[in-house]
Design a protein around this ligand. Structure first.
Ligand code: IPD
Length: 287
């Protein structure tokens, strides 16, 4: 019989790796040039590749039998997430922040088995925020602060009207997805719509998910990001009592590589909130 996988050991290994990645990221801030990928707002730097090389090398040295999927080595149509134990990694999530020295970039190190996220480590080296989670064991900030950090006031119910919501414009600035996003933003913001408390764009899917896990954001709606953007944050959020559902209506159990998500903090009213959010989505995101 195959030996059970020690998830605590993997978490500890990823925490040390995230610290090494963080040192490299901080040392290169403001020093690396950037290139375009799909268009002029889809950016990559040499440091993204250098951090992925570091992380991939260490992961495959220590765990040669596990798979590795990373943003920078991903080949569209070729790289596929399998059922095997897999590290799912974004070396720098928040590359645009990194380029602008806006201190919300992180390394997002996830681990999945049977395509389900089971370990997550997200480290923002600029603010020294280390989020960790293991399926079934809770999630924490900097090792000791149990998530969520903030509980909603007693008796208060999560509603669109009292929510602070993470959104991102994404890298498509025309076409159907841009229209669905902008129309939905307008409907959520307007006085004759839901008139939510506000929107925040942290510029990193992983940071947005950790903010929901911490209870600092109530939800995060996203279309267009990838498994490496959300795998680690997924464990951290769900272990804090939150949920990840589809960003298009009706998807209660999305796959980690589905690319369209709604992440919601736990608490009273969560399911009703999800349904009301889905009612506000103006059309269907299509990635
Ligand atoms: C991006 C960020 C952003 C999200 C994009 C991602 P990157 O990742 O997570 O918040 O909206 O979809 O591509 O390019 O900084 O690694």
């Amino acid at each position: 019989m195959a030996a059970a996988i020690d998830l605590d050991e993997i978490r500890d290994f990823l925490v040390e790796l995230a610290k090494q990645a963080g040192e490299l990221i901080v040392s290169q801030t403001g020093k690396t040039a950037y290139d375009d990928k799909a268009n002029s707002v889809d950016l990559v730097t040499e440091t993204d590749a250098a951090v992925e090389k570091l992380v991939a090398t260490k992961c495959t040295e220590k765990y040669p039998h596990f798979e590795f999927m990373g943003e920078e080595s991903y080949i569209p149509g070729v790289t596929k997430l399998s059922e095997k134990p897999t590290f799912i990694v974004d070396p720098i999530d928040g590359t645009t922040n990194f380029i602008h020295s806006f201190p919300f970039s992180c390394t997002s190190l996830g681990f999945a088995i049977n395509r389900h996220p089971v370990v997550g480590v997200v480290y923002n080296p600029f603010l020294n925020l280390m989020y960790t989670g293991i399926k079934g064991q809770g999630s924490f900030l900097n090792g000791t602060q149990k998530l969520p950090l903030r509980q909603p006031p007693a008796g208060s119910k999560l509603t669109l009207q009292n929510a602070l919501i993470g959104i991102e414009w994404g890298t498509q600035r025309s076409g159907v997805n841009y229209k669905v996003k902008t129309e939905t933003f307008k409907k959520l913001a307007a006085e004759d719509g839901s008139m939510v408390h506000g929107f925040r764009s942290l510029g990193s899917a992983a940071m947005n998910m950790c903010a929901v896990a911490a209870g600092q954001l109530d939800a995060y709606w996203e279309g267009g990001c990838y498994a490496w953007d959300v795998c680690a944050g997924w464990v951290i959020l769900t272990e804090a009592g939150g949920r990840v559902v589809g960003g298009n209506p009706g998807i209660w159990e999305p796959a980690v590589d589905q690319r369209i998500y709604l992440a919601v903090r736990g608490g009273d009213g969560c399911e009703e909130f999800i349904k009301n959010f889905w009612d506000s989505v103006e059309g269907q995101l299509d990635y």
